[in-house]
Unconditional design. Structure first.
Length: 643
């Protein structure tokens, strides 16, 4: 393992304090036990609770009243919106079915007996649809509409097309799904509409439009208004109106025009709706708000009104808004009676909350400091972990001291254990991560050329310093590719990449070797220019089967690998002295490693070599550089044979 100076600033501070005979974590302020701290605060809370008993009944009634009001508001608006959406729920599917029929060649843009029969059937099955009209790309119109007496009649350009219709259809593009458009006034009547493109074989041939008369909505709002003793309205967006009843449940006649298919609220004769945009949300209706129902207040003249509203989306560029309002005194009388009593309870509640907040913040602040530091520990960012300050609470102070001591121990521990192994232990658990098993792996051996002779000209401190600096660079290259540094042997290093950790183990090992070579070559060039000692390196790589896991005796084990693959990698590193003795960095890889590469790298064949201690020959390649473009499995072999 890489030997580093374990004396971090935190460890130095602690050691200095201990030499002086002081507890490094002791604080100067007095401490109290958590039990005493909570007992004092609990006393205050109990006192507040006893006072609040006086208003418990009022508070309960207040809650029950608002619960009933919330439930009623949600029920009323759900009834209204369900009636509205239920009326038009079949419109989009009907239009979608027509586009499919056209795409399949069942119907045409122009009138046919088949198409007319199909349209009449759809109008019979979907009462909300007043008319279905087909348009070609020149906006020539033909279709069927339902008359007031329930009979079906054909429609043509004269009574189906206006500039507004053409403008709306211009926004429909090939491939669009059926979608609701803005309200349009045709022939003196306002219609909601769903339009879709007609296409066949990728060509836009026209459009189909289903028109929904607003008269059906007027009947719905009239019925719901009379049932709930309120005025009901349907808005398009939040500033125009297309259906309305009075508080008496009488429908209000609206006069839409081509220019104004829906009536601006500013032009409405209803004083409540005129102020709809300035409504003020009422408190106490959070349950209704969660259900999408807004409960607000509007003052019109001398009268106050409770207004319930809910947006209905998905039926045009602007949402439809269902509105029901009633005089406030009919809704809020019970609330007003409870409000005075509630204010007493509110004062006591505020006092209790202040005390609770003070207590909670005192404890939470002390304990909450642990979380971000623990996250840094989980990420193994031990040098970034800050020491926890002490606390006036005895237990929290003890916890902080224990945590700080643990961090110091982990910092020392991390010097001797590879970070990649620690991450694996955290992710998989100790037993699974360290169980010995056969794996395919790529093994790397490195060695400094002639370091023994070089070290004779250096002091022990200088040799150790140069080795540590050298190994720092090697370790960073290995860890950047998620490899594990197994051990350091004098001036050499052994690392490996197991297939169960990184499937592309050979790629990562080669990239790490090339990064090491690049770093060593840069350092050697600098040392050569400055006349300093040059550290040249040999690297051996081999891929094969190994045993990975804990190996050792009962009292001492090492997480390592063993097998013939390890021996071959070591022999390849040693054989590097025969290939190019004067090179700053020599990388030799076996044919097994090269065969696993998924990218091209500049290389040359050394040939079949009989390594020391082995009878079988090993095909050896020398690696020089890397190109990130994917390699062709055949061109590589041809190129190398040619070389």
């Amino acid at each position: 393992m890489l030997v580093r100076d374990p004396a971090s600033p935190a460890l130095q501070s602690e050691a200095s304090a201990r030499r002086a005979g002081r507890d490094p974590y002791r604080r100067r302020w007095p401490r109290m036990s958590l039990a005493l701290f909570l007992a004092g605060t609990s006393g205050l809370l109990v006192a507040c609770a006893l006072m609040s008993v006086l208003v418990l009944t009022v508070a309960a009634n207040f809650q029950n009243t608002f619960t009933l009001l919330n439930d009623k508001a949600v029920l009323v608006m759900e009834t209204l919106t369900e009636r509205i959406t239920g009326r038009v729920e079949n419109v989009e599917p009907a239009v979608s079915e027509l586009t499919r029929f056209y795409a399949d060649g069942v119907i045409e843009v122009t009138p046919t007996d088949t198409r007319e029969a199909l349209l009449k059937g759809m109008l019979s099955g979907a009462p909300a649809i007043q008319a279905i009209v087909f348009y070609d790309t020149d906006f020539a119109a033909s279709g069927i509409f339902r008359d007031e007496d329930g009979s079906f009649k054909t429609t043509s350009r004269e009574n189906s097309v206006s500039r507004e219709v053409e403008d709306a259809l211009d926004t429909v593009k090939l491939g669009d799904p059926p979608r609701w458009g803005p309200p349009l006034n045709v022939g003196g009547q306002t219609y909601m509409n769903v339009a879709a493109p007609l296409s066949r074989k990728g060509r836009l041939d026209g459009y189909v439009v289903a028109a929904v008369s607003i008269s059906g909505f007027s009947k719905i709002v009239e019925e719901v208004g009379r049932r709930n003793d309120g005025a009901v309205a349907l808005l398009y967006g939040d500033n125009t109106l297309f259906a309305q009843t009075t508080l008496a449940g009488v429908p209000v006649a609206l006069n839409p025009t081509r220019e104004q298919p829906t009536i601006p609220l500013a032009d409405s004769r209803d004083p409540v709706l005129k102020q709809f945009a300035g409504r003020r949300e009422l408190s106490g209706f959070s349950r209704a708000q969660l259900a999408g129902v807004s409960v607000s207040n509007i003052v019109a003249g001398d009268e106050s009104y409770v207004v319930m509203s809910q947006a209905i989306t998905g039926y045009g560029p602007e949402p439809w808004i269902a509105v029901l309002y009633r005089p406030a005194y009919e809704v809020m009388d019970e609330v007003h009676r409870l409000r005075g009593s509630f204010m007493i309870g509110l004062v006591l509640l505020i006092a209790s909350v202040i005390v609770a907040i003070f207590t909670a913040r005192g404890i939470a602040r002390a304990i909450g400091r642990i979380a971000p530091e623990a996250e840094r520990i989980a990420r193994l960012e031990l040098d970034a972990v800050r020491q926890l300050p002490g606390s006036r609470i005895h237990e929290v102070d003890t916890e902080a001291r224990a945590f700080n001591a643990m961090v110091d121990g982990l910092r020392t521990f991390s010097i001797y254990v590879p970070k990649q192994l620690v991450r694996r232990l955290i992710q998989r658990g100790f037993a699974d991560a360290t169980r010995s098993r056969a794996r395919e792996a790529t093994v790397m051996f490195t060695d400094i050329v002639g370091f023994t002779a070089l070290s004779e000209r250096m002091s022990a401190e200088e040799a150790a310093s140069r080795l540590n600096a050298h190994f720092d660079g090697l370790v960073s290259c290995v860890e950047e590719e998620f490899g594990i540094v197994d051990k350091f042997m004098g001036d050499g290093m052994m690392a490996f990449w197991a297939a169960n950790d990184v499937p592309d183990h050979a790629d990562r090992a080669v990239r790490a070797a090339l990064a090491i070579a690049k770093k060593v070559e840069a350092c050697t060039a600098k040392a050569r220019a400055e006349g300093d000692v040059e550290l040249r390196i040999r690297i051996g790589l081999h891929t094969g089967s190994v045993i990975v896991g804990n190996l050792g005796g009962a009292d001492r084990v090492n997480y390592t690998i063993v097998g013939d693959t390890v021996n071959v990698a070591a022999r390849l590193e040693s054989f590097g002295r025969n290939v190019d003795p004067d090179a700053d960095a020599t990388i030799l890889a076996s044919a097994e490693t090269v065969a696993h590469l998924s990218f091209e790298t500049r290389r040359e064949s050394v040939g079949a070599v009989r390594l020391t201690g082995r009878e079988a020959e090993v095909d050896v390649w020398r690696l020089f550089g890397v190109d990130c473009e994917p390699a062709s499995p055949h061109s590589e072999a041809i190129a190398q044979q040619g070389a």
